[in-house]
Structures are given as structure tokens and as C-alpha cells.
Design a protein. Sequence first.
Length: 394
Amino acid sequence: MFCNIWFRGLILLLLTIGHTTYAQTIDIYKEAFHIPNIVADIAPMQEAVTVANVQQYTRQLEQSNYQVVAHALGAYKEEHHLSDWMYYQMVRRTANYLNPKVTNYVSYTLLKWYFMRETGFDVRLAIIKEQLLFYVQSNEDVYDVPYFVYEGKSYICLNRHDFQKIDFDRDELQNIPLDVPKNKLSAFSYKINQLPDFTENNFSNKLIDFTFNNVPYQFDIKVNKAMDTLFVNYPVLNYDAYFNIPVSNSTYQTLIPELKKAIHKMPQRKGVEYLMEFVRNAFTYESDIVAVGKEQRFSPELTLINDKSDCDDRIALFYFLVKEVYNLPMVVVRYPSHVMLAVKLDHIKGATVSYNNEQYVICEPTPQAKALKVGEIADKYKNQVYEIAYAYHP
């Protein structure tokens, strides 16, 4: 029995130690990342997931040839000014190529940890029920992801989606002590202020139809198929974070100029109503609970990509359109079970909310029982308590 185990271990060692990994291209972005050729000088981790075993393996990683890949990743991030989230998508794909997730999940996770830490992020490892968890330090409010506090800092779980059966509120978490890093470590930001250029094969055409004042309109836009994948595990954040995620350049250029052309002769109020009707009627309504069983928030582009969306998603898109076409001050009006937008128009008329001694006109981009115009609000919300959840002022 012992000989058989020893023989299988020897075969595994021969297959991994000293094996050259040939360069692979990660081409989700226009300028591809080429994973460097390296000789894999450590085998994937096969031992039980314990604090001691994980500690030992992380020390081996820090002395391994994988540092060549880490340095290449860091250089790519700097050269292309990738946001932290978009960079992490590169790290995930690179780790999955070198140590496939389906073959050895622990080694895949450890590679992600190593690449992120080596390129300057404050990341940690923890164990719950013999499962390896991966955390990143962030100073932002993240609402739907488990976290723990260590030395006064919050660490957000990056691989929670892979462990649906873990009870993060009750199961014991073992934070793994790590060696002092060689370089300074920074917090991770979920905010995305710019998108990289994407390869053209990521885009497809989408027809969007809607009717305004009994006149049919149709827009043939390009949508970025990569966005759904890149944001599949993106958490729920404050409104300012996901409202201001830009859209892909090809999507922008095939939509915004056409919208401006359609409304350029309209008065401001009517033009805003046109944009509101576009968001309200061009997409089918579906709540997040029905769609995915939990709260989620689409960026403006994800709302364009998906055929169904809820009120949070629609105000994100409506906000983006008003900002790009008119660049007007806006506030998010949040009720206990609903959210809408209010816009500061030149002429105040209809239902309004007050913010900083200024009046904002209510706009409802989500379908209601009655087709509402700018300045109209559904009866069920007229007497409800609301709060201003976010404000934009150019």
C-alpha cells in the first residue's frame, strides 16, 4: 500500500516539477497578456488544508519561478491602468491556466493569493471547515459578501461564491498567520473609473426597440459579451460605485450619439422624459430575487446587455444617460422597497424632492401600473418615507 502511494506521488512530482508551462495569451482586453514561459519548480499542493500546510506552501511560492509571472502581471496592470477589479480578472484567468481550478482548487486559490500579494495587495488566507478561503483588505462598503476584521482592517471574501454551504456567520474561521511581506501592501478598491479596451470579438449587435409619444424608435448598438463574465461575482456596493462604472467604448459610440440625435430638438424636460421612457420600456422588468435569488446591482452597461432588470438597475442606466446627454444634477430617492431618480430641471413642475435647498423633479424609469410622466409619482409612494441615497452635482 505504501509503495503504491509513493509511486503515485513520484509520478505526480515528475509531471509537475521541472515542467515548462508554455506561454498562454489572456485576450479579454484588446492588448493581450502573455503568460511568461516558466519552469514550474513546485508541485500543486496535495496535502490537507491546515494552517501549517498552507503556511509552508506559501513560503515555497514566494521562492518559486511563479514570481516571474507575478512581475509580468504587475507590469501589465501598471501599463494599462487597470482598476483593481479588472486586474483581479486577469489574475483569476492566469492562475486558472497555470493551476486549473477544476483540477486543484487549493493550488488555484494559492496562486491567486500569491499573484495579488506579490503585486501589492493586502490579501489573506483563512480556513473554514477545511476549505481554503481567500480575502482582500478593502476600505469600501460591500454589502453581500462575508468579511472578517484583523488588526482593525476589514478583509472581504473573494471566493465566497465557491462555498455556498459554508455558514460564514457560525462556522469557525481560522485566519492563517503570514510572513511579513517584502513590499508594501495596499487596500483593494471595487470602484471602476475606467474600462480597458476590449477585443472586437467580445462585441455583438443588439436591437433595442421602444415607443415614445406613439413613435417607434430602434437602436442597433454593440454590447460587450465579456462584461457579464467579468462582473459575475461583483458585489453589491454603494450607488456611487456602480453608477459610475463606464460603458465600453464601442457601446458608448453606438448609443449616446444616436440618443443625442433623437432628442436634439426637444425641450430639456421632454428630452429627459424620452430617456426615462427608453429605460422604462426597452427592457422587461424582473426582480433580483426572482432572477438570481439575491440582491444584485447592474452597472449601466450590464442593464443594456441584459433583457431583464429591476429598479436599481434602471436608475443606474437612466442616471448614466442623463449624465452623458445633459449632465444635470441628480439624486437617488430610496424608499423602503423601491428606488427612483430625481433630476434638477430648468423648469420645476410636478412631484419634487428637496436636497440642499434645491428642488429635484421625480423621474420613474421603472414600469408602474400607470405610465408616468416626468414629475409624476405612483400613489403608493406619495406618503412613504424616503431618503436621498446618493447625489450627483456636475
